[in-house]
Design a protein around this ligand. Structure first.
Ligand SMILES: [Ca+2]
Ligand SMILES: [Ca+2]
Ligand SMILES: [Ca+2]
Length: 269
């Protein structure tokens, strides 16, 4: 219930920002770089995403920035997995062992690519009506302005015990190797991401023998263009509905934050 309130407040905030966009943008563009950076500092405050209930009573946080990354600057892109919340776990008895795997893929305007594998392991125990703060940085790169970042994430309830000390690194290695191989043969974008992830998921599957982990869902990240600054929290909702007699049902929310900001730092790939 709380989550739905959050979502509608979030939409209202976005609409309000859009509505005021026409006035705000020209004004900002006319300012000096010093005052722009002050404004940026304000806009880049982490979003307090639904942390303390109450709903904020009318003062919306500024979650969206439409400032353009200035010419001559690179973009620092960070993607942070903020939290996971479940109202209903997959396992009937006791907690789920929650983890996720995936990858983000950056492609520069000159068509260079870099895959960043995502692996949250070992799993964390999570039970009905529980939220867990993750604050896990899964992407932190300096890219040329105009680079796009796409990504995909699959969440699991672990039922097959694994040696995470080897499975985690092997997953990451498989994604990176496949991405490099596919990239060098001219495959790009979504096809490259899919191929790299398949290689990683094969490693994960091979680590499960008799039993298989339950896949809670597979979702794409919000598309990131690095032409504009961004500081915004998004949500993945993964659920399976079932009747009273169908015990295999679940309901999960995964929050993540995307931050894009200008930097003079050198690109990291
Ligand atoms: Ca359930
Ligand atoms: Ca299970
Ligand atoms: Ca389990």
């Amino acid at each position: 219930m709380k989550k739905f309130i959050y979502q509608s407040a979030f939409l209202s905030a976005a609409v309000m920002t859009l509505a005021s966009c026409g006035q705000a943008v020209p004004e900002v563009g006319a300012q000096t770089s010093a005052s722009t950076s002050t404004l940026r500092t304000q806009l880049l405050q982490p979003i307090d995403d639904n942390g303390g209930g109450g709903g904020g009573g009318g003062s919306y946080p500024p979650p969206v920035s439409y400032l353009t990354i200035p010419d001559g600057y690179n973009a620092r892109v960070r993607v942070i997995m903020k939290s996971v919340y479940t109202s209903d776990t997959e396992d009937v008895m006791g907690a789920d062992e929650f983890y996720f795997a995936g990858s983000l893929l950056a492609t520069t305007p000159s068509n260079r690519s870099k895959a960043a594998p995502i692996m949250m392991s070992p799993p964390v125990d999570i039970n009905d009506d529980q939220g867990i703060s993750l604050n896990m940085v899964v992407f932190n790169e300096v890219v040329p302005k105009g680079t796009n970042v796409i990504g995909n994430l699959q969440a699991y309830d672990e039922d097959a015990a694994k040696d995470w000390g080897t499975v985690g690194p092997n997953f990451q290695q498989a994604v990176t190797t496949a991405a490099n191989t596919l990239g060098s043969s001219g495959i790009k974008g979504a096809e490259l991401l899919k191929g790299a992830l398949n290689a990683g998921f094969q490693v994960l599957d091979a680590s499960m023998k008799a039993d298989k982990d339950d896949v809670l869902g597979n979702q794409g990240f919000e598309y990131i263009s690095t032409n504009d600054e961004i500081n915004r929290t998004y949500q993945m909702h993964m659920e399976k509905k079932g009747s009273f007699f169908n015990v295999s049902k679940w309901d999960y929310y995964i929050d993540y934050q995307i931050i894009v900001e200008p930097t003079k730092d050198q690109v990291t790939f």
